[in-house]
Design a protein around this ligand. Structure first.
Ligand SMILES: Cc1ncc(COP(=O)(O)O)c(C=O)c1O
Length: 416
């Protein structure tokens, strides 16, 4: 049965024109169909030009110089912090720490807040759907401090089991850390409800926003998150810059993460006095151009509109789920379209995910294959790997058609 093709919410042709790479032919006559935005997103010309302009006009080290270039660079960097703070409705810009990425933000919290506040036998609750970034830092800390890690299970439909979560909270955890959206199942977790439940039991909450902040409006005050972490490169910004948002009191009480320049007020040969937030956590020369690029990415996303981006992704993922379900032998992992963001991880019976991805690549369809840094989740699903198509503001329903056509080609090649 032929599917009825839905209409894109955004003017995709206009959006695509902002992303030079999307015009690229990856093979003669074959344009890229980029379906790997969960791994990293493409960058609009507005971000590329902002970074170019910074290097052409204003490049200097920040916070130290008194010359024009240093002042300009500092102002641009600090403006980016304000832009990011407003984007997630943080009460103050100094609650935004620039890190390298989500991974570094979580390690920072584990090795500063965690090292000071967690003690042997303390309970930390995570989930079975976490990215390795939100597992391994806690495993390292658990080994250092003899902590007890507990996991909210994922059910057969790809939802977190909130009844088990409720019973785990009886263990009086000190910390609950979970992803707002799974990078494999696409599940959008009820972050506000989960945060409230954790707070009712006295726990601190860290939300991994790597897959949520880029895709739909996230308001830290509404969520009640104590910590929220995300990466610039997954939201049209450059690699090398990420964000840690934290409650002011927590950040102020946390010891520094890395030691060096900029993170100090005063240094003597045998001691130092740390700087105030956010600088206390930004040791050394930061990724200046990248932070400025992230600010430009946020401006770009806001100009398109986060609600419109979310609506576009919803149309595309609905259509993708429908079309994928029509292909014999395809299994898609995760919940109903209504509870998921723009991710469809799948397998085709009889073909390894890597082979699927390789054939798709022949038609310019770029998907990811593997465990997507979520090995425990793949173990739970009882699969070694999956192929993952993921969608962002520049993907149209036509891209889904190209994906489906390429999957039929895989079936043909493998005589399925
Ligand atoms: C849910 C989630 N958390 C964390 C990360 C890690 O992000 P980064 O590699 O930018 O640190 C990712 C990356 O795919 C992710 O999807």
């Amino acid at each position: 049965m032929e599917s009825l093709k839905p209409t894109d919410v955004l003017d995709i042709e206009r959006i695509q024109a902002d992303f030079p790479i999307l015009a690229r032919e990856v093979k003669p006559g074959v344009k890229v169909v980029y379906l790997d935005s969960t791994a990293t997103t493409q960058k609009p010309v507005q971000v590329i030009e902002t970074m170019n302009e910074y290097y052409r006009r204003s490049n200097a080290n920040i916070h130290r110089g008194i010359h024009v270039l240093a002042e300009e660079a500092t102002a641009l960097y600090e403006d980016a912090r304000v832009t990011v703070a407003k984007f997630i409705n943080a009460p103050a810009a100094r609650q935004i720490i620039f890190t390298r990425n989500t991974t570094e933000s979580i390690n920072l919290v584990a090795q500063t807040w965690g090292r000071v506040n967690l003690n042997p036998a303390d309970v930390v609750i995570l989930t079975e759907m976490e990215h390795h970034s939100n597992l391994v830092p806690w495993q390292i800390l658990a080994a250092q401090k003899n902590l007890q890690l507990e996991f909210i299970p994922v059910d057969a439909q790809g939802y977190l089991d909130l009844e088990v979560y409720r019973s785990l909270l009886d263990l009086n955890p000190k910390l609950v850390a979970f992803t707002q959206m799974s990078n494999v199942l696409g599940t959008i977790n009820p972050a506000m409800e989960m945060t409230q439940m954790a707070h009712d039991s006295g726990a601190i909450v860290l939300i991994d926003g790597a897959q949520s902040v880029p895709h739909f409006p996230v308001d830290v005050q509404e969520l009640g998150a104590d910590f929220l972490v995300f990466s610039g490169h997954k939201m049209c910004g450059p690699t090398g810059v990420g964000v840690l948002y934290g409650r002011k009191k927590l950040l102020e009480e946390m010891p520094p993460f890395l030691g060096g320049g900029d993170m100090i007020k005063r240094v003597q040969l045998r001691s130092f006095i740390p700087n105030s937030i956010p600088y206390k956590f930004e040791a050394g020369t930061p990724a200046i151009a990248e932070a400025i690029g992230l600010g430009a990415a946020v401006d770009y996303l806001q100009q398109v509109g986060l609600d419109a981006i979310a609506a576009q992704e919803q149309v595309v993922v609905d259509y993708a789920l429908e079309r994928l379900s029509e292909v014999p032998g395809v299994t898609v992992y995760g919940p109903e379209a209504i509870d998921r963001g723009g991710v469809t991880a799948f397998n085709l019976d009889g073909v390894h995910a890597h082979d699927v991805a390789q054939v798709l690549d022949g038609d310019g369809v770029a998907v990811r294959a593997g465990h997507h840094c979520a090995m425990p989740l793949h173990d739970k699903l009882n699969i070694p790997a999956s192929a993952r198509a993921s969608y962002y503001l520049y993907n149209s329903v036509e891209d889904v058609d190209k994906l489906i056509d390429a999957i039929y080609k895989v079936k043909k090649i493998f005589r399925l």
